[in-house]
Write a protein that binds this ligand. Structure first.
Ligand SMILES: *Cc1c(COP(=O)(O)O)cnc(C)c1O
Length: 382
């Protein structure tokens, strides 16, 4: 066994060879998961859709499984199949839509599918029979999200229908909250009341499936009544808060740092234009650097970006290019080619969070991290 410290050093050696990368702390991931589990007293579904919110689908799922998460949640069957191929044995649920043509594969690989429509359910049932196995399905309830699901009032009839079909097994029942990240509003309790009623009715008729689940991160953090048989915190397991009104406890910490390198340092003369469109023109001679990161890495082509170099804030100027962007180095005379640059994370006394970047980009932390491109190397600290 290589101990953590030595492994860490080996990892850092690899980093020397990278121009743009993510450092992902799997030890902290396990702490985050165990904290969520302790907080709720429920098993945690690791929500690993969208390349595990940018953190890397397979490595995150394997780490979560090793940490005791009995479920993985994904959005697409392709993600679920990649997990099975990588040796993930945990239960997997595809939370989104799966075309019936792929349902045989799902059955063969023991992947559970969401269902909320009779015709699709029939097709799934046929696929289940064809596979020679049983396809597990979770009935999705639209308790107020306005997205996927049957209305709570239709839940009992739909559950009966699903249980009448050969080839599928009604393994779960779930709903999704629209505003659990705004816990002060009544919306979540209203959704929850409808869902809880349905659960009660199903119980009465002996129709309640084995796994009832409802809580995204917001629900997990603020709505105890919504925890049911397991919780489904996505953003919180990555140590980020679903909103400024629904903060993760201090024990949950971000596990991702996004870094790049300074790849050019030179003085440009007054009047010189920088980058496509010459969106920045020097009014005096200035030290200008280039970074090995661009919009094709997920670093948005918007004005106002900032990064950390030598523990100081540096402004990105001009248009962000596909693979590079340029920075002002006037206040950082010590900057040199090869220096590590932080996009998200800590350097010296300075920190840039995913929330800081989200504020600059006019979006939410979810979109910032989920948008980090596949070509960016992920380096794991275990
Ligand atoms: C993405 C997703 C989650 C996790 O949401 P977070 O806000 O990241 O916690 C949970 N359930 C479903 C159905 C989802 O699509």
């Amino acid at each position: 066994m290589i101990d953590g410290f030595l492994k860490g050093i080996l990892t850092l050696m690899n980093i020397q060879n990278l121009a743009t990368w993510l450092e992902i702390d799997l030890i902290q991931l396990k702490e985050n998961l165990s904290e969520l589990q302790k907080m709720t007293g429920k098993p945690v579904m690791a929500v690993v859709k969208a390349n595990a919110y940018g953190h890397g689908l397979v490595d995150i799922a394997l780490a979560a499984e090793a940490a005791g998460s009995p479920w993985c949640g994904v959005a697409r069957l392709e993600e679920a199949l990649a997990l099975r191929q990588a040796g993930v044995n945990a239960h997997i649920l595809v939370l989104g839509y799966t075309p019936p043509g792929s349902a045989v594969l799902a059955a063969v690989e023991n992947i559970s599918l969401a269902v909320y429509d009779r015709a699709t359910a029939q097709a799934y049932a046929a696929a289940g029979i064809e596979s020679g196995k049983t396809l597990n399905v979770h009935l999705k309830i639209d308790s107020g999200m306005g997205r996927l699901g049957v209305f709570p009032e239709e839940g009992v009839v739909m559950a009966k229908y699903l249980q009448s079909l050969q080839g599928i097994h009604l393994q779960g029942l779930f709903t999704h909250f629209a505003r659990a990240d705004e816990p002060e509003l009544p919306a979540t309790n209203q959704q929850l009341a409808k869902f809880a009623n349905l659960v009660k009715d199903l119980e009465k008729d002996n129709l309640k499936p084995e796994f009832v689940h409802a809580s995204n991160s917001g629900g997990t953090l603020a709505f105890n009544d919504a925890w049911y048989d397991f919780v489904r915190p996505g953003i919180a397991m990555y140590g980020l808060s679903p909103s400024s009104k629904a903060l993760v406890p201090a024990a949950l910490k971000p596990i991702l740092s996004w870094k790049t390198r300074l790849i050019s340092v030179k003085e440009l003369p007054a009047g010189y234009g920088v980058g496509y469109g010459h969106r920045y023109v020097l009014t005096k001679p200035e030290m200008i650097g280039a970074l090995a990161i661009g919009y094709a890495d997920g670093f948005r082509r918007v004005p106002g970006n900032e990064v950390l170099i030598a523990g100081k804030r540096a402004k990105v100027i001009g248009s962000v290019c596909m693979d590079q962007c340029m920075v002002q180095l006037g206040d950082i005379p010590e900057a040199k080619i090869g220096d590590e640059v932080v996009i998200i994370g800590k350097q010296g006394e300075q920190t840039i969070t995913a929330d800081d970047v989200a504020a600059r980009w006019g979006t939410i932390n979810y979109e910032v991290i989920a948008g980090i491109a596949a070509r960016v190397s992920r380096v794991y600290v275990r």
